[in-house]
Design a protein around this ligand. Structure first.
Ligand code: CP
Length: 338
């Protein structure tokens, strides 16, 4: 695909070579994310960061990624803080805000909302999550993490065995990741969820049509054996018709150190798009795994910065200019990517 000036709305836009392009640029961004180098390549440019649903890591890491490239961030963080609360349409909002920004990242609770917004925008729009539909930048950072974790174990993404656990019905990160992984070869998917929260049939059919193996299970212990990656997800309670309905599924599949030790191979990687629900009745990914070296959740969040820097650099066509305006930093740096 041609990244320059493009909206990023769905992972369906990508082929394998496009993913390689993003990952190669992301690798080049590591010295900047690591605070070894600074660049001002986007000095004067403005990011419109519009999050109409709660977010910690997507919102802040898109903002940080933009800042690390030298740009300024303008945020809108709630519907009630924008004129959408007064009845303004996506069309008008997009026409207005795209006059103030060089690129927009948007999250909204409604499936298809970001695409609708992008159709009226005069600048590129990146989908930061639209309802239960898609979360493209999350899938890219997840795949980038999977690739690195597998490389460290002498394996590849091709031939991967992944167990996806939890709310696979409403989890947009899972939906986008399944589509991306389907571009690779010979993936074994184990889908572990309550029957009511299974992966929608359209995704299952597409995975199978791409030649991969899909096994569906309601048995956590059996399902996680022999997996390379465990990808745990939270019950997306905000998508359920009622809190009472969501509460039925909380805590049904809890991964903790004991279950991991008894059922998994020693090098099995543990991932989660986060946030994990650490409240007492949920805890799908227990705190007692925090010191497990195979827990990759904070490597995922770190990788989100370089992936989002890469998307910005590719869309705004500055990949080859990043180094020209760069210098070493002059402050103490903790070195996150070392
Ligand atoms: N993974 C993810 O989308 O996290 P946030 O909701 O904190 O952005």
């Amino acid at each position: 695909m041609n990244f320059i000036g493009s909206h990023i709305l769905s992972v369906s836009q990508f082929q394998r070579e496009d993913i390689e392009t993003v990952f190669n640029v992301a690798d080049k961004m590591i010295p900047y994310a690591n605070r070894d180098r600074v660049t001002r390549v986007l000095e004067g440019a403005i990011l419109g960061n519009m999050f109409f649903e709660p977010s910690t890591r997507t919102r802040v890491s898109f903002g940080c990624a933009w800042n690390l490239l030298g740009g300024e961030v303008r945020e809108t963080t709630e519907v009630k803080a924008s004129a959408i609360a007064k009845g303004e349409s996506f069309y008008d909002t997009a026409r207005v805000l795209s006059g103030y920004s060089d690129i927009i990242v948007m999250r909204h609770q409604t499936e298809g909302s970001v695409e609708e917004f992008s159709a009226a925008s005069r600048v590129p729009v990146i989908n930061g999550g639209d309802g239960s539909n898609e979360h493209p930048s999350q899938a890219l950072l997840d795949l980038f993490t999977i690739r690195k974790e597998m490389e460290g174990r002498g394996k590849t993404v091709d031939d991967l065995r992944i167990a996806l656990i939890g709310d696979l019905r409403y989890g947009r990160a899972v939906h986008s990741l399944c589509k991306l992984l389907s571009l690779y070869k010979n993936i074994h998917f184990t889908l572990i969820s309550p029957a009511e929260l299974r992966l929608p049939e359209t995704y299952v059919e597409d995975i199978k049509a791409s030649g991969h193996v899909v096994v569906e299970s309601e048995d956590l212990q059996a399902g996680i054996a022999h997996a390379d990656i465990l990808y745990v997800t939270r019950t997306q309670e905000e998508r359920f018709p009622s809190q009472e309905e969501a509460d039925k599924y909380k805590g049904l599949f809890r991964l903790n150190q004991t279950i991991y030790t008894e059922n998994c191979e020693p090098n099995t990687v543990i991932m989660h798009p986060l946030p994990r629900d650490s409240r007492g009745d949920a805890r799908e990914l227990d705190d007692d795994l925090n010191e497990n070296p195979n827990l990759a959740i904070f490597r995922q969040t770190d990788n989100g910065v370089v992936i989002r820097m890469a998307l910005f650099a590719l869309i705004l066509d500055v990949v080859d200019q990043v180094e020209k305006s760069a210098r070493d930093v002059n402050w103490y740096t903790a070195g996150r990517f070392r």
